[in-house]
Ligand binder design. Structure first.
Ligand code: SF4
Length: 227
């Protein structure tokens, strides 16, 4: 387990709650649009788990929830125990995942160690390798979607979109693959210095282009947003 960063207070990471965000190092994907290149590469000062728990407990009166993100948190063998410790301390817990480890997700969800799970659905299944920048077992992604949908835990699926990696048809194809899910959010790409592929390489969609998508797919989900 390598805890590599903490954002003390976030108002946007956990729906309707004040959260502290914890970053775990390393990822099995290399998405060209990723903003967390240093976290993916594991660059930064490590924070010990006991130190983290002490810090969180001191801040209990200021925060409701803890959001665990990465990198890809499910790559860490100790994730289960970390979630258990945080949950035992009375926090709401959210987990972000790329969905490559359905068995890890199942054990965490079965034991109710998270209250909210956000999974990236990066591409139509047949195009996953390109968008993830890695060789991906699409069956694992499909399994994770099913595990999450059946868990009874609050969840969202989300897709980051940019013109070079996903066409409008691709976005509709993704929505079709997860049609009937509770929440689906499209996140338009935002450029930054820390983007893995470098600044000025990828292009966000225009708002009016995404409006066309909204009209086609929003009724397929109980909640749909373009962020
Ligand atoms: S955006 Fe991609 S590379 Fe970055 S942390 Fe998420 S899954 Fe890993």
């Amino acid at each position: 387990m390598k805890i590599i960063g903490i954002e003390k207070t976030s108002l946007i990471d956990y729906p309707d709650k004040v959260a502290t965000v914890i970053f775990l190092a390393g990822c099995n994907f290399l998405c060209p649009y990723c903003h967390n290149s240093t976290i993916v590469e594991g660059i930064g000062k490590e924070i010990k788990e006991d130190e983290l728990i002490e810090f969180l407990n001191k801040r209990k009166k200021f925060i409701d929830a803890i959001s665990i993100t990465g990198g890809e948190p499910t790559l860490h063998k100790d994730l289960y125990n970390l979630l258990k410790r945080i949950k035992n301390n009375g926090f709401f817990v959210k987990l972000d995942t790329n969905g490559t480890n359905p068995n890890v997700l199942k054990s965490i969800l079965d034991d109710k160690l998270v209250d909210y799970i956000a999974m990236d659905v990066k591409a139509p299944f047949k195009k996953y390798n390109l968008v993830a920048g890695a060789k991906v077992n699409a069956n694992s992604i499909k399994q994770s979607i099913q595990v999450i949908k059946k868990s009874g835990v609050e969840y969202e699926f989300r897709t980051t979109v940019c013109k070079e990696l996903l066409s409008l048809e691709d976005i509709i194809a993704i929505a079709k693959e997860i049609k009937g899910s509770k929440k689906y959010f499209i996140q338009n790409f935002k450029d930054a210095e820390t983007v893995i592929v470098g600044k000025n390489q990828l292009t966000p969609y225009k708002a009016e282009e995404l409006t066309v998508i909204r009209e086609k797919i929003e009724n397929w989900f109980a909640e749909f947003k373009i962020r």
